[in-house]
Design a protein around this ligand. Structure first.
Ligand SMILES: [Zn+2]
Length: 220
């Protein structure tokens, strides 16, 4: 099963996808803003699952685009269980999609085991995350969630796709591959006797925006 996932496009105008195949579903990892509608417009007939990012609007996190919001819940799609977590750790006052880690822990306590977990916030334990401070009243802006790391080691999803860090990288946490996405990435997932995750290519946010296609809109 082919998935196209996207994260942190922040309204950047995407061009043509250029992966040579139509995905079976889209996975939106948050902070897409107006880019969500452009992506979904390119693949109008496939299911779209997503979580809001910390910068998405609280009332309408996907800017009017029909997206099945997986924040705090899981679904089954073609035999693949997909769960999700939106927002990021609370690094400032205000905003609906900021959470204390204890709030994340409470949400994840009820999360069933899944094959693919999509989260805007990364788990703690990645070398690219901010180091937690004992003194500061807020989390670091790019701090990883200890509650999500606990969920990963407890439930061992095949893959965790996350964003927020504005970089593309991967790391194993136990049996789970944690993939940080910045831009768009296509991957194939098979959940037969062995759960296999295969990366099929990716484009950084800047590369994606420079692809030929109906690209208009914000360029920041
Ligand atoms: Zn973010």
């Amino acid at each position: 099963m082919l998935f196209l996932c996207a994260s942190d496009l922040h309204g950047f105008a995407p061009g043509a996808p250029g992966f040579g195949a139509t995905p079976d579903a889209l996975l939106l990892l948050g902070d897409l803003e107006w880019s969500a509608g452009r992506l979904v417009g390119m693949f109008p007939d496939i299911p779209v699952f997503g979580v809001p990012g910390n910068h998405d609007y609280s009332v309408d996190p996907f800017c009017g685009t029909p997206v099945e919001n997986l924040h705090g819940r899981a679904v089954e799609f073609g035999g693949v269980r997909i769960g999700g977590l939106g927002g990021s750790l609370r690094y400032k006052p205000g905003d609906d999609f900021l959470f204390w880690d204890a709030e994340y822990r409470e949400i994840l306590r009820k999360m069933p085991p899944v094959d693919i977990f999509i989260s805007h916030c990364p788990p703690a334990g990645l070398p690219w995350c901010d180091t937690p401070s004992e003194e500061a009243p807020w989390h670091g802006a790019h701090e990883g969630s200890a509650a999500l790391a606990e969920y990963i080691y407890r439930m061992q999803p095949a893959v965790v796709l996350c964003g927020h860090l504005h970089l593309s990288a991967g790391k194993r946490m136990g049996k789970t591959l944690v993939r940080v996405v910045y831009g768009v990435e296509m991957f194939e997932y098979s959940c037969g006797l062995e759960r296999v995750f295969q990366h099929k290519g990716g484009l950084s946010r800047a590369d994606w925006a420079s692809q030929p296609g109906p690209a208009t809109g914000r360029a920041d």
